[in-house]
Design a protein around this ligand. Structure first.
Ligand code: ZN
Length: 188
């Protein structure tokens, strides 16, 4: 396992369209290792998602999720499914379900210490492959739908700034904590 270097905004790999992985490639030791390293890198930086282009690999793969919390600290009875099981998704295709769009804060490991409000489809279906090369279809809404849209955007060279309706809400992390929220928004 290894912690990988995260590409920051301005690196061309973040603006490239990543290539799909072949079915046979998915189970190769190289790709399995890459997935393990991406999970480790995401945990190291306390992210909730990490797409392969962010670690300089231009392939259609992302990892996402929050490791199950131990202990019961449930004061945030905050609506949305803030919980998200760890998942690795390959060649994801997203289809919005319904027309509802919700706006919420996002951050990105490739744009450190900045937050902004981004509109996203509230509910989606994601089709793709898991790390065993098995076809999967995941229904998601709220937080996990947001994360998966953010990560899939990375595979198309799209960053969350591109999705913002206005830059008025762009905020440094310090100011975010001071003026906008008591709870942190993890980076993706
Ligand atoms: Zn990101």
């Amino acid at each position: 396992m290894a912690i990988l270097k995260v590409a920051r905004m301005g690196h061309p790999v973040l603006r490239a369209k990543a290539r799909p992985l072949e079915a046979a490639e998915i189970r190769s030791p190289a790709v399995q290792q890459l997935i393990d390293d991406m999970f480790e890198t995401m945990a190291e930086y306390q992210g909730v998602g990490l797409a392969a282009p962010q670690i300089h690999e231009s392939v259609r793969l992302f990892v996402a999720g929050i490791p199950a919390r131990t202990g019961d600290d449930d004061e945030d009875e905050d609506d949305d499914d803030d919980d998200m099981p760890l998942v690795a998704l390959i060649n994801p295709e997203i289809t919005p379900v319904g027309r509802e769009v919700s706006e919420d804060w996002e951050g990105c490991l490739s744009i450190p210490d900045i937050r902004g409000r981004v509109p996203r489809a509230r509910s989606i279906v994601v089709k793709g492959y898991d790390r065993n090369g098995k076809r999967v279809e995941i229904k998601a809404s709220g937080f996990s739908a947001r994360v998966m849209q953010h990560e899939t955007d990375h595979l198309n060279g799209v960053l969350f700034f591109d999705r913002m309706k206005s830059f008025e809400t762009l905020t440094f992390l310090d100011e975010f904590g001071r003026y906008w929220s008591r709870r942190d928004v993890a980076e993706e």
